[in-house]
Design a protein around this ligand. Structure first.
Ligand SMILES: [Zn+2]
Length: 428
């Protein structure tokens, strides 16, 4: 090819690229939300009459004017917040209210239950959740289906099967030994627990969950009693952290809380029998507490109707009120607390009912909202992507009618839900 022909070819290629660029710019999907108020979850300030520009799945800018060729969503009568985050859910599960129906239901049916519950959770304004415990990697499958846009649901971070001792809270103990009933994640001893973490990682979990103590809704376990030795807990933490995976410990009793903190876990779930010593220890180790202080109201009001065994109701009575006092203690001592509700214990979609209870037991309304936004985002390791309405963050945006700083209950009636730039609920 001659010199002139060569440069002519370069010019043509340049023009083709230029035209692709301009056509691309003109047709790029651009969306604007006219917002009455935007809550800045970092400062608690309300920004008035702003417009949020969204490109693809991200917030592009917050501005005073609307650019031309932009699709507009008018929420100028609403208060906008970043999508909420629930750090302790059990989305997979049966749809029957009968307490023991899980004994007779296939895992396939449970996964379908998860599809239904995921949609309810998203429609309630929770655009991200951590799912802590699901047999058969059902939560991994649901997460993947949501991420592939096959079914609606929150952005899920999942643990797969909870790891637990033989006969412990994370094991199934209802049937006699002839049935050889056992849960997926049962492992005893340092090497077995290491292998279980490796197995969960192999099948695609985002985090590890294990049971450090007994629990309310298991048969024959004592809520306050420690399960696992320090050696076993340390082995799991080492195995998880080596892979860059976070690890959450279900722990009600004081000793179990202490052992899990000393072993190096990232979060303590429930933390019911926290005392001053363990509160200070959690703060020293930078451990986050996830305390589900709403669901006991539901359990005690519905218990007998739904056939919850007397043993479990009794344990809930012994734990619920004590947990609320521990929550107040944790707030008072400045321990890091994030929003987690144990959804599934109460009906899915009621996730926001805990906000007002957190205020009753010592948090300011802003702190309660921060626990489900910027606080939770840190524990997820996504503090630059979720929990704020700010440029560069995922376009996870919800709207409510009232100022949530005055009325936290307004968060129970979310009117608009956008996740990842996609609108799932819109009042207009
Ligand atoms: Zn739970």
């Amino acid at each position: 090819m001659g010199k002139i022909n060569k440069s002519a070819a370069h010019i043509i290629i340049f023009l083709v690229f230029l035209s692709i660029f301009f056509v691309g710019t003109l047709t790029a999907e651009q969306l604007a939300i006219k917002a009455g108020f935007i809550l800045d979850t970092k400062t608690g300030q309300l920004l008035k009459d702003k417009t949020i520009i969204i490109k693809d799945n991200q917030i592009f800018e917050i501005t005073d004017s609307i650019p031309p060729n932009t699709k507009i969503i008018d929420l100028s009568d609403s208060y906008l917040l970043p999508g909420l985050i629930d750090m302790h859910t059990h989305i997979i599960g049966n749809l029957s209210k009968d307490y023991s129906s899980n004994l007779f239901q296939s895992p396939h049916r449970s996964t379908i239950g998860g599809v239904v519950n995921a949609k309810k959770t998203l429609m309630a304004g929770f655009t991200s959740v951590r799912n802590v415990g699901a047999p058969n990697f059902m939560d991994v499958a649901l997460r993947n289906a949501i991420n592939a846009d096959e079914v609606p649901g929150p952005r899920m971070f999942v643990s797969g099967p909870s790891i637990g001792i033989t006969g412990g809270h994370c094991d199934k103990n209802e049937l006699n030994h002839e049935y050889e009933q056992s849960s997926d994640g049962i492992a005893d001893g340092p090497w077995e627990v290491r292998k279980m973490v490796r197995l969960n990682a192999k099948y695609g979990v985002d985090l590890i969950k294990f049971c450090a103590t007994g629990g309310v809704f298991s048969k024959g376990t004592k809520v306050g009693l420690r399960q696992y030795t320090l050696e076993e807990m340390k082995a799991m933490v080492d195995e998880a952290h080596t892979r860059g995976i976070k690890i959450a410990a279900h722990a009600h009793g004081t000793e179990g809380i202490e052992y899990a903190i000393r072993a190096g876990v990232d979060s303590i779930e429930h933390a019911s029998f926290l005392d001053i010593k363990t509160a200070k220890l959690a703060k020293k180790y930078g451990v986050t507490l996830v305390m589900d202080i709403y669901n006991t109201e539901y359990t005690l009001s519905q218990g007998e109707i739904n056939g919850i065994p007397e043993e479990n109701l009794k344990k809930d009575l012994e734990t619920g009120e004590r947990q609320r006092q521990s929550f107040s203690l944790a707030v008072k001592h400045g321990v890091n607390l994030v929003y987690g509700t144990d959804s599934g214990v109460y009906p899915h979609g009621d996730n926001a009912k805990q906000f007002s209870r957190m205020a009753t037991y010592g948090m300011s309304p802003l702190e309660a909202i921060q626990s489900a936004t910027i606080g939770a985002s840190k524990l997820l390791g996504l503090s630059e992507k979720v929990g704020q309405i700010s440029p560069g963050f995922y376009a996870d945006i919800i709207a409510v009618d009232d100022n949530p700083l005055d009325h936290l209950e307004t968060l129970e009636k979310v009117t608009f839900v956008m996740k990842n730039g996609q609108v799932f609920k819109n009042p207009n």
